[in-house]
Design a protein around this ligand. Structure first.
Ligand code: SAM
Ligand code: SF4
Length: 326
């Protein structure tokens, strides 16, 4: 087992396989998109495989594929098969916007992917277009149906945005009525490639909870999953549950077991740090596995206690979430 300097286990890698995306979500990217990295600056699949193998030998057992949109990178499913074969990786997961996902669900299930996080901020087609700047809601809903039919556990990620989708909390929560989905409402973070949209965060986790309680007076707290970032609740009689992720307020840092590798191969030991190790440079300079392991251990020994400490060291956030992976 791998631990950081605050005695938190490190078991979970979030791996952004690309910074490219087929949507332009308001909270993630400017309308014109971000300046994508040239291909040679992205980690190759071989480099990602090597990093995952080294981390698995060190104690990481869960890998979540994210992006950008994972399915816009060619060869993704071949890479998933490679990851599946790495000893020690016992849990493979994915976060996707669902536009290109449906045809791959059968194979994802064969590779042992048991849970998929699907980003969906509204069930209204016009609002979906306003938020993502693309008319792709039908494709996303098709993916949701196909995931449920295949028996995959689905978590819906919905960012709550002032003036954009606050009328959608009820309709989205209703998705948990008949199926076991978990609908998680997320505080918006200032990671849109341009800084924050608002001087203050309007929809804090407390306000989201108040709104859900007024819509569903019987809403009650249920046990949160281990190392979960969401506070989970259930509506009486509903098959699934709803959750709130205080991503901006950062209430979950004390049990954080995750590290991130960005699309260009930068290690982040906290979502709010500025990147603490250039793993791509290390690999391309000819580092041995022992060198890479030592560099990881050094980074894990200097992990900030929480997102506020990490942010204090870095200054203003200028990145888009599509390079970090969420
Ligand atoms: N493209 C995939 C998707 O949308 O699911 C994977 C990458 S996306 C960056 C991962 C997650 O980050 C999504 O669930 C998205 O809602 C979330 N996200 C992006 N920007 C965010 C922001 N500014 N605040 C909160 N969550 C954000
Ligand atoms: Fe693309 Fe995901 Fe960012 Fe939306 S949140 S622009 S789908 S990377």
């Amino acid at each position: 087992m791998l631990y950081d300097n605050h005695n938190r286990p490190i078991q979970y890698l979030r791996l952004a396989v690309t910074d490219r995306c087929n949507l332009r979500c308001f909270y993630c990217m400017p309308e014109k998109g971000i300046k994508y990295l040239p291909k040679h600056q992205l980690l190759t699949y071989e480099e990602m495989e090597r990093i995952c193998r080294i981390l698995a030998e060190m104690g990481v057992s869960k890998v979540r594929i994210t992006g950008g949109e994972p399915f816009v990178r060619n060869g993704l499913m071949d890479f998933m098969r490679t990851l599946h074969a790495i000893p020690g990786i016992t849990e493979l997961a994915m976060t996707t916007n669902g536009v290109l996902t449906a045809p791959h669900i059968g194979e994802l299930v064969q590779l042992g992917v048991k849970s998929v996080n699907l980003s969906l901020d509204t069930l209204n087609r016009d609002r979906f277009y306003q938020i993502t700047r693309r008319d792709e809601l039908p494709a996303v809903l098709n993916t949701l149906d196909a995931l449920l039919e295949a028996g995959v556990a689905v978590k819906i990620n919905a960012v709550v945005m002032e003036g954009k989708n606050t009328d959608d909390l009820g309709p989205l929560a209703e998705l948990s009525r008949h199926s076991g989905v978990s609908v998680r409402f997320i505080e918006e973070m200032p990671f849109n490639g341009e800084g924050s949209h608002y001087p203050v965060l309007h929809w804090t986790h407390r306000r989201i909870l108040n709104e859900l309680q007024s819509l569903y007076p019987g809403l009650h707290k249920i046990q949160d999953g281990p190392f979960s970032t969401s506070y989970d609740y259930q509506i009486p009689g509903y098959a699934g549950n709803v959750g709130i992720i205080a991503a901006f307020s950062r209430t979950f840092c004390g049990t954080c077991n995750r590290i991130r590798l960005t699309a260009q191969g930068t290690l982040k030991t906290c979502l709010y740090d500025n990147g603490v190790l250039d793993v791509r440079a290390l690999l391309r300079a000819g580092a041995t596995d022992t060198d890479v392991r030592a560099a990881f251990l050094k980074a894990f020994a200097h992990r900030p206690a929480n997102g506020f400490e990490a942010e204090e060291k870095r200054g203003a956030v200028t990145e888009s979430m599509s390079t970090i992976g969420g």
